[in-house]
Write a protein that binds this ligand. Structure first.
Ligand SMILES: *[C@@H]1O[C@H](CO)[C@@H](O)[C@H](O)[C@H]1NC(C)=O
Ligand SMILES: *[C@@H]1O[C@H](CO)[C@@H](O)[C@H](O)[C@H]1NC(C)=O
Ligand SMILES: *[C@@H]1O[C@H](CO)[C@@H](O)[C@H](O)[C@H]1NC(C)=O
Ligand SMILES: *[C@@H]1O[C@H](CO)[C@@H](O)[C@H](O)[C@H]1NC(C)=O
Length: 382
């Protein structure tokens, strides 16, 4: 007995010394099994936060480290972030693609993919996996409208992005460069085609011919393209999860933004479904909490029908946060929805507070405590 104890002690001392010397590692790729995610044969719980800004603000590696430490301390496993920033003149912080008179150049230097290497290293150091989104519907950080303006013409319809041969070739070129660099990197959990693709964009201009078929076809083509260059990683759209039931009285169910959640979930090269939840900005103001409860339940139903994981990968209200999130978390658990990521993480860095759009959850707040409690419960779920 005594001898055995000594053996165990010296064994753990050895492990500790290995741990102290080894660089942080992540082994195995996250994959799916039915409605669950798995990692090295065990269930992998997707729970955590969005931090779109961690690779965009020109943060030092120390600041990135603190940002991820604040997220990890809430029990997170997963962080969603932006793997794009399209600019038309170089910025001193971080950008990933520079457009000069219609010609895109991926920035592979220290303010570009070199910076993203640091994002990955900092996430890895905290045992976190990343969902990386490759362009934006919105004009924030460039997005689809830059491709349209530069290659088709200023102010041309936003939705030409999905169908024009030049924009699609440029998007594929960007994706190829970005994705290829990280094919063997297990810290990347998944690629997402775009943040919140819709027929209409920030310009408000649409061709009038875009519908759910347009974006479903685009998602099928581009997810297959990513799989053709990277068979290690999961792929999702990154959409808001709108349903396409034209007779529904509720706007997010009517298909008018060009998303058909159930059609997209059936695409074989898409591994999981995503939904966002912003009842107030979607005009669901009479009972935002109740709308969210229904929205989560309806996505859990699709998850079961099509037997793929579905995550609520963005959600937020700007008032009544803890009351609302308590009910939504409880619905995630009772409905069996696969996972969730809150919008959005915040930190107090040496350079100041990270961006607050009204939804930001900084450490040591009551919402952060609620998030932490939820993450523990979700991770313990069988
Ligand atoms: C997409 O961007 C357009 C403008 O570029 C905006 O009108 C639309 O609401 C955006 N959709 C989302 C989900 O962000
Ligand atoms: C979208 O429009 C095309 C014609 O422009 C049509 O063939 C297709 O059926 C439409 N899709 C839906 C879902 O209505
Ligand atoms: C606040 O959240 C509670 C849930 O705890 C909900 O019942 C109530 O309707 C919410 N109030 C508002 C104004 O959304
Ligand atoms: C939050 O609390 C922890 C532990 O009490 C502390 O280490 C950390 O500095 C605090 N963070 C902030 C941003 O106040």
């Amino acid at each position: 007995m005594k001898f055995l104890t000594r053996c165990i002690l010296s064994g753990s001392a050895l492990l500790a010394s290995i741990g102290a010397q080894a660089a942080p590692t992540a082994s195995g790729f996250v994959t799916t099994s039915g409605q669950s995610f798995t990692l090295n044969g065990a269930p992998y719980t997707v729970v955590g936060a969005n931090s779109y800004w961690v690779g965009l603000m020109g943060l030092s590696t120390t600041q990135m480290d603190q940002a991820f430490a604040d997220i990890a301390r809430a029990g997170a496993t997963t962080v969603r972030t932006w793997g794009f920033n399209d600019v038309t003149s170089p910025t001193s912080t971080a950008y990933y693609q520079l457009w000069t008179n219609g010609t895109p150049t991926v920035n592979t230097g220290s303010t570009g993919l070199g910076n993203f290497d640091n994002v990955i290293a900092a996430a890895k150091a905290h045992g976190l996996r990343l969902i990386v989104t490759l362009t934006n519907n919105w004009s924030d950080y460039g997005g689809m409208d830059v491709y349209v303006n530069e290659l088709i013409g200023q102010g041309q319809p936003h939705d030409y992005f999905y169908t024009n041969s030049a924009t699609q070739a440029a998007y594929k070129n960007y994706v190829q460069t970005f994705v290829s660099r990280y094919v063997n990197e297990p810290t990347v959990m998944a690629w997402e085609l775009a943040n919140e693709p819709r027929c209409s964009g920030s310009t408000g201009t649409t061709s009038g011919t875009c519908n759910t078929t347009t974006i479903t076809n685009w998602a099928r083509t581009m997810s297959a393209y990513i799989k053709s260059i990277d068979s290690n990683h999961l792929v999702a759209i990154g959409d808001e999860g709108f349903f396409n039931e034209p007779s529904s009285p509720l706007y997010p169910y009517q298909g008018t933004e060009g998303i058909d959640f159930n059609a997209n979930l059936q695409i074989s090269t898409l591994d999981f479904g995503t939904a966002h939840l912003y009842p107030v900005s979607w005009g669901q103001t009479s009972d935002p909490t109740g709308f969210g409860v229904q929205w989560i339940s309806d996505h859990a139903t699709s998850q079961k029908t099509y037997n793929k994981p579905v995550i609520l990968e963005e959600f937020g209200v700007t008032t009544n946060m803890t009351g609302t999130y308590t009910q939504w978390y409880s619905t995630i658990l009772s409905s069996g929805l696969t996972g969730d990521l809150i919008w959005q993480a915040g930190s107090y860095l040496s350079s100041g507070a990270t961006p607050n759009d009204g939804y930001t959850v900084y450490p040591n707040t009551s919402t952060y405590a609620l998030e932490t409690e939820h993450a523990a419960v979700l991770r313990a779920r069988k």
